[in-house]
Design a protein around this ligand. Structure first.
Ligand code: 6PG
Length: 464
């Protein structure tokens, strides 16, 4: 009987890629899939790695082919399938065997599963990087008891992406901490993607640029401050041609964005934490709105087509707007993690989070190295206020302002960039307008307010 180092359940796209990565790093991996033919096909296609890949036909076989104490990775769809798989697996395992949920779980469910597991080892890990990352090196965010992480970290570190020689795999904290960090990663991913889509909209509709030229622009930006995976793939998406029609690929894709729910979880949680992440929120709203195709067509018929040509901003302005927007949405994500860390009694390692996001994950970008440095210097400061990023914002917030203003006049919807600008402006305004809110609350509900000259619980002379 094989003594495989680790087991893996679920040979979908991500699970299959992760299993190959594990084998490629010299570990013996026993695999099982609900449909046996999938397991067999996977093993038959393992090529040079077939000696490291051990297909099993039943859960009992899987368990029997693992060295003890066992560790088994679940790569099954989030939600009920994870609970069902744990329920089927647990009775077959010894008390010191570990289950590792490496799917995109909601961190509340991971908290519950960790508590339900009691003294039985359980880890919830966030894995980012899509299929290619899973195969050749993802970014890994671990959650659960530190001792459990330490037991399998040699495997997880080996399969992770490396930035220079530093592995992009770190333990984030207890229970659902790893899946929480992954959810925030996805929230930032949504905002970054939405901001890029908004810049694309200005170029396409406001400036009348064709996809190929838009792709060249993204490519040029990818050589500068905006150097990132998402900028790079946006250039490739814009430049791709549809083999069926010969048209630009972008022109044949329906503008209704899908979502599996991780961005939504992030904004719901942000509301519970009362931590403002408006650019991320706007990005989720934009995806929801994008699916209302019929209603948007009715609106266009009713109010006339927008957008109008935009002539008073340059491509440099657009690049500057994206630089400012990117800093703002990442800053919101890190603010949310700081708040959650306090609230949930975790000690989320913010500088290390920036470090594990430098390679392997979807939001990897040049800026993340500077973010890691900024957070190392002061983990409690809003990233926008760190000297390096404050300098970039000073240099670029006017561009963001010009772009948002021009888009508003031209009728190009810009939810993420404009809410990012509003966040920036609110965060640089020492005296805002919530005194009016407090006055209103006190007027109709006698809720009381704090006076600028001291003292809480004051009331206004409203009734007089
Ligand atoms: C990643 C991705 C990955 C996936 C999500 C988001 O980090 O590798 O975020 O987890 O793309 O499922 O997908 P949606 O856009 O469908 O929410």
């Amino acid at each position: 009987m094989t003594n495989a180092d680790i087991g893996l359940i679920g040979l979908g796209t991500m699970g299959a890629a992760l299993a190959m990565n594990i084998a490629d790093n010299g570990f013996d991996v026993a695999v099982w899939n609900r449909t046996t033919s999938v397991t067999r096909e996977f093993a038959n296609n393992a090529g040079d790695l077939s000696s490291k890949v051990h297909p099993t036909d039943t859960l009992q076989d899987l368990v029997a082919s693992l060295s003890k104490p066992r560790a088994i990775i679940l790569m099954v769809p989030a939600g009920d399938p994870v609970d069902q798989q744990i329920a089927a697996l647990r009775p077959l395992l010894d008390d010191d065997d570990m289950i590792i949920d490496a799917g995109n779980a909601n961190f509340h469910e991971t908290n519950r599963r960790a508590r339900d597991a009691g003294d039985l080892p359980f880890l919830g890990i966030g894995v980012s990087g899509g299929e290619e990352g899973a195969r050749f090196g993802p970014s890994i965010m671990g959650g659960g008891k530190r001792a459990y992480w330490d037991r399998v970290s040699h495997i997880l570190i080996a399969i992770s992406a490396k930035y220079d020689d530093t592995p992009c795999a770190t333990w984030m904290g207890n229970e659902g901490a790893g899946h929480f960090v992954k959810a925030v990663h996805n929230g930032i991913e949504y905002a970054d993607m939405q901001m890029i889509a908004e810049a694309y909209g200005v170029m396409r509709d406001g400036m009348g640029m064709v996809p190929d030229a838009i792709g060249d622009t993204f490519s040029a930006w990818d050589n500068g401050t905006l150097d990132s995976y998402l900028t790079e793939i946006s250039a490739k998406v814009a430049k791709a041609t549809d083999p069926k029609t010969g048209q630009p690929m972008l022109d044949v894709i329906v503008d209704a964005a899908g979502q599996k729910g991780t961005g939504r979880w992030t904004v719901i949680e942000a509301q519970h934490l009362a931590t403002p992440i408006p650019a991320i929120d706007a990005a989720v709203v934009a995806r929801n709105l994008s699916s209302q195709l019929d209603k948007r067509a009715q609106g266009e018929a009713l109010f006339g087509a927008a957008p109008l040509p935009i002539t008073d901003i340059s491509l440099d302005d657009l690049e500057g707007a994206l630089i400012a927007g990117k800093i703002i949405c990442y800053a919101q994500g890190f603010e949310m993690m700081r708040k959650a860390s306090d609230q949930f009694g975790w000690t989320l390692p913010l500088p290390d989070i920036a470090r594990v996001w430098r390679e392997g994950c979807i939001i990897r970008s040049k800026m993340l190295n500077d973010m890691a440095d900024a957070l190392t210097n002061d983990a409690d400061r809003n990233l926008m206020f760190a000297p390096f990023f404050a300098g970039l914002l000073r240099a670029n917030h006017d561009a963001l302002r010009r772009v948002v203003a021009a888009a508003a006049i031209g009728g190009v919807a810009m939810p993420a960039l404009s809410s990012g600008l509003a966040y920036f402006d609110a965060m640089r305004t020492a005296r805002g307008t919530a005194n009016m809110i407090q006055g209103q609350r006190d007027f109709f509900g006698a809720h009381g307010f704090t006076r600028v000259d001291g003292g809480t619980g004051h009331h206004g002379p409203w009734g007089a």
